[in-house]
Design a binder for this molecule. Structure first.
Ligand SMILES: Cc1cc2nc3c(=O)[nH]c(=O)nc-3n(C[C@H](O)[C@H](O)[C@H](O)COP(=O)(O)O)c2cc1C
Length: 357
């Protein structure tokens, strides 16, 4: 009916109607943007853009709570709390007693991890070594003695199965010296461009694994690393998934491998951290693209639109949980030497660097 009407109406009427709708829409936005409450009413009644984010945040919180009782191969709470303990250990001056508020819950989730088959051994070693170091130096106060006694009941010899070096804080002086000069690094940055034309050449899983291991060295809030990379090196499937994004028109069919960067909201007990998935995943994604470049592979980040119908398609395609949110796609492949790259002029420090006065 709507399409028939649109066909019958003269162009001038259609343009007038479009203008009226646009004015009405701006007026509505103006009206509802008066304060936070009216803005929430707007998004409750007139616009469902945040529908998925709201539900995903709540389901993420629920899943976080569930994982306090049942972990799989990693634990967000353990990672965060072990990180906090490490921060307490490196404090200058270090306090005689610290972490009383959360050390007991840390030991409890640690024990759960020890008892869980398939839990990441490296994560467990890190937690074991840090907890051991913590109890070596901390003075008992309040719940710390109970946490100490509870920790003493575990006899998991994880440290023995791995590198003898302890996974505990170390001095900056023991870091490897940087092996790249500023110019070399800038050359790598210059070399990385968004490439959209690729050779018909298989992308090896080994290269992706190598690049992902490099990317995993990126910083993340409380070292939780709340993301994962779904990938396919099947060109047809890569193109099929890339088509779900809006910005791949004209080159989706030319993508040999595709990575979907996914953020996991079940890493957080509250909404205040809901944006961290985007920050952490993007920091890692940047390192991933640079690492790929050093392996001879080019890439192109692809925007993932927060549009319900597309979210649903991607969720089904990848078998994602509702609280696992696609963040961006990355096309990967060997660049076609004659394929062109937009100039993409960059802003410089005189525009980007603003002194806080
Ligand atoms: C988050 C993000 C989303 C992007 N989405 C698309 C996209 O949908 N389609 C596309 O062709 N390029 C996309 N790009 C690539 C940008 O167009 C490109 O990074 C920018 O023009 C600068 O060019 P350069 O990457 O070669 O430096 C995206 C880049 C980023 C960082």
């Amino acid at each position: 009916m709507k399409s028939i009407l649109l066909k019958l109406l003269p162009r001038s009427i259609k343009e007038l109607a479009k203008k009226c709708l646009s004015t009405f829409s701006i007026l509505t936005v103006k009206l509802f943007s008066i304060n936070g409450f009216t803005a929430s009413i707007y998004y409750l009644i007139l616009d469902r853009s945040f529908y998925r984010e709201h539900k995903a945040s709540l389901l993420g919180r629920l899943s976080f709570q569930k994982k306090l009782k049942q972990v799989d191969n990693s634990s967000a709470l353990l990672r965060r709390n072990i990180h906090r303990l490490e921060k307490g250990l490196i404090m200058r001056p270090r306090r005689a007693s610290f972490a009383e508020a959360y050390v007991l819950e840390t030991v409890e989730v640690f024990i759960l991890a020890v008892q869980t088959k398939g839990f990441c051994k490296k994560e467990l070693k890190w937690a074991t070594d840090v907890l051991q170091k913590y109890f070596e130096v901390v003075e008992d106060q309040g719940r710390i003695s109970l946490a100490r006694a509870t920790f003493a009941t575990t006899n998991e010899p994880v440290s023995g199965n791995h590198s003898k070096a302890k996974s505990v804080p170390y001095s900056h002086a023991s870091l490897p010296a940087p092996s790249v000069e500023f110019e070399e690094l800038t050359q790598l940055y210059t070399r990385r461009r968004s490439v959209r034309w690729y050779q018909d050449r298989q992308v090896e899983k080994k290269s992706l694994e190598k690049a992902v291991n490099s990317a995993s060295l990126a910083p993340s809030a409380c070292n939780r690393q709340p993301f994962f990379f779904n990938y396919t090196a099947d060109g047809a499937l890569a193109s099929n998934i890339a088509e779900l994004a809006m910005g791949t028109v004209g080159f989706a069919g030319n993508i040999p491998a595709l990575i979907v960067v996914v953020g996991d909201l079940s890493n957080y007990p509250s909404e205040r951290d809901r944006h961290v998935i985007y920050i952490d995943a993007s920091l890692a994604a940047m390192q991933l693209m640079l690492a790929l470049e050093t392996l001879g592979l080019s890439s192109c980040p692809i925007n993932w639109p927060d549009v319900e119908s597309r979210e649903r398609l991607m969720q089904n395609k990848l078998g994602l949980q509702y609280f696992e949110r696609p963040i961006m796609l990355i096309a990967v492949g060997y660049a076609m030497p004659a394929g062109e790259i937009p100039f993409s002029q960059k802003k410089s420090a005189d525009m980007l660097l603003k002194e806080i006065l």
